[in-house]
Design a protein around this ligand. Structure first.
Ligand SMILES: Nc1ncnc2c1ncn2[C@@H]1O[C@H](COP(=O)(O)OP(=O)(O)OP(=O)(O)O)[C@@H](O)[C@H]1O
Ligand SMILES: [Mg+2]
Length: 509
């Protein structure tokens, strides 16, 4: 095989312009056969756009794409799939109300003699495919929605495998997966790689990139920075290349404010029970502290946050805000009590795609003020600009529709929305998922700064232990919907948190 024969894909000089935005500028991408290749870059760097140019979702302004030796002009996702390029997005691109089998064979259903769909064969094939390729035993006759997102993603991958793809694209597939599910996905990726399939893997989890990938291409502001073999690129160098500036190790170190917070409680709960969601919970959140809720996915961290915010009021027990016992009926009550909750899934969290960044930022404030008290436009603009700057939200201007922002930048707008309400307590549920490493450490630092300088209390929910260690002065360990123990100050370390979750460490109190 000649030199170019080693490559299944070469994208050269790719330009992609949206109105007012140059998303890609002479971007390059070279993918070898049978490699797992990561596309890295900050939020808005152009990763998803490059992938969408490749799959025909967008039509590039300029440049050439050579796939398997031939120049191609992908017209549509369907066409690119037919030639062997399959994509699995974070937002599963399947049909929720069709069955598992239908989702796998949609558009290429096995047919009987008279052209009618051969359901029996289709179901049997689907079952066999899932079992043999992915080790999954599913009821393929169930609607897709019956299964959790992690499984839905596997189904999307099964479909990709079955269409005999040569390139499989995974754009942030792991951001909502548990560690075990991620492991399973990696096992499948290794198997596909062994079959010679090239995989493009996009993720903001550095740990995962270094575990599973062979090479990395870095994009910055839509431009190609370089491509590197993983063993030759230290993490810190990678971050520098993504950000375009030197980073030193200390900058990603702990931000924790070690000074002991005041002994005033902003929220207290006593023996609070929410049926099926929160078990007998007694705890407090102090003024001006960053406190973490650590636990595995599904441990009940989010349910506790939802209880505090009034989404699921307690069945028994007492909640106090600022020392006063409160009866909460809805989130609006807690918003009035100056509590804000930034939920984990930005789709559910309700970005309203057809509203501008400015409108999305002021939404929660507006709801709080009452829909009829209109905020002066000059104030709205000033607010939006303030948060665009503070959180480094990448926009062409504040009136840009939020649906046209990159995934990570949408996430930042949601955080801005809640910050704008100037809460006394801000609950952040997985705030840095899907956010690039540079901004991530900035959001972590921001949480600590808000606590220290403005006396805001912050609840930080994260599955990433390192993040807790860097931000929290106290960590509550949640397991089976129950608070097991708390870790304080210097006892907070990744090892201790993991041991505590496993039940092998009980903290000093
Ligand atoms: N449909 C669109 N219309 C206008 N601008 C767009 C559109 N899609 C993307 N953009 C812009 O193109 C740039 C690159 O976005 P892209 O989604 O490719 O980033 P990304 O690297 O995938 O980021 P993230 O890590 O946040 O997912 C961003 O500035 C974004 O606002
Ligand atoms: Mg993206």
């Amino acid at each position: 095989m000649g030199q170019n024969g080693d490559y299944i894909l070469q994208m050269r000089d790719i330009d992609m312009f949206f109105p007012g935005v140059k998303a890609l500028k002479h971007a390059q991408f070279n993918l070898k056969r049978g490699e797992i290749h990561s596309l890295m870059g900050e939020n808005g760097a152009g990763k998803s756009t490059l992938v969408k140019v490749l799959t025909g979702v967008y039509h590039k302004t300029n440049g050439t794409v050579i796939f398997d030796g031939n120049q191609i002009e992908p017209e549509s996702p369907l066409q690119s799939q037919q030639i062997g390029i399959s994509t699995v997005y974070q937002e599963v691109n399947l049909c929720a109300n069709l069955t598992v089998a239908e989702n796998i064979y949609i558009g290429r259903e096995p047919r009987g003699k008279w052209g009618q769909i051969d359901w029996a064969t289709m179901n049997a094939n689907a079952k066999k495919l899932l079992k043999e390729e992915l080790g999954l035993d599913l009821d393929v006759d169930r609607v897709l929605n019956f299964y959790p997102v992690a499984i839905q993603q596997m189904i999307a991958i099964a479909r990709a495998i079955d269409t005999k793809c040569k390139i499989l694209i995974l754009d942030e597939p792991t951001s909502s997966l548990s560690d075990r599910e991620t492991e399973r996905l990696f096992a499948i990726m290794r198997k596909l790689k062994a079959q010679g399939i090239a995989i493009i893997f996009i993720s903001h989890f550095l740990e995962q990139i270094y575990t599973i990938c062979d090479r990395i291409t870095v994009l910055r502001d839509g431009e190609y920075v370089g491509e590197y073999d993983i063993p030759q690129l230290e993490r810190i160098q990678l971050i520098s290349k993504m950000m375009g500036k030197e980073v030193n190790e200390n900058q990603i170190e702990s931000n924790v404010d070690k000074s002991i917070p005041k002994d005033e409680n902003i929220v207290e709960t006593e023996h609070v029970v929410v049926d099926g969601k929160v078990k007998d919970l007694t705890m407090n959140i102090k003024k001006g502290e960053v406190v973490g809720f650590a636990g595995l996915l599904g441990s009940g961290r989010t349910e506790i946050a939802e209880m505090i915010f009034g989404i699921t009021p307690p069945n028994s027990g007492e909640i106090k805000v600022d020392g006063v016992s409160v009866k909460i009926k809805s989130p609006m009550d807690q918003m009035m009590n100056r509590i804000a909750f930034c939920p984990e899934d930005r789709k559910v969290a309700g970005i309203i795609g057809d509203l501008s960044v400015r409108e999305n930022v002021i939404l929660a404030m507006q709801a709080k003020a009452g829909m009829f008290k209109h905020m002066p436009m000059s104030q709205q603009r000033a607010l939006a600009d303030k948060y665009i700057e503070l959180l480094r939200i990448k926009v062409s201007d504040r009136e840009q529709l939020i649906k046209n922002l990159s995934g990570g930048n949408q996430q930042k707008v949601i955080i801005a929305r809640w910050l704008a309400t100037k809460p006394n307590l801000l609950i952040l549920d997985e705030p840095t998922r899907g956010i690039d490493v540079g901004t991530k450490s900035e959001i972590e630092a921001l949480a600590v700064r808000l606590a220290k300088e403005e006396g805001m209390s912050v609840v930080f929910i994260s599955g990433e232990m390192g993040e807790m260690v860097r931000t929290c002065s106290r960590v509550m360990i949640i397991r089976d919907h129950e608070k097991i123990t708390e870790l304080n100050g210097d006892e907070i370390s990744t090892a201790h948190i993991m041991q505590a979750i496993a039940g092998d460490y009980h903290g000093s109190n």
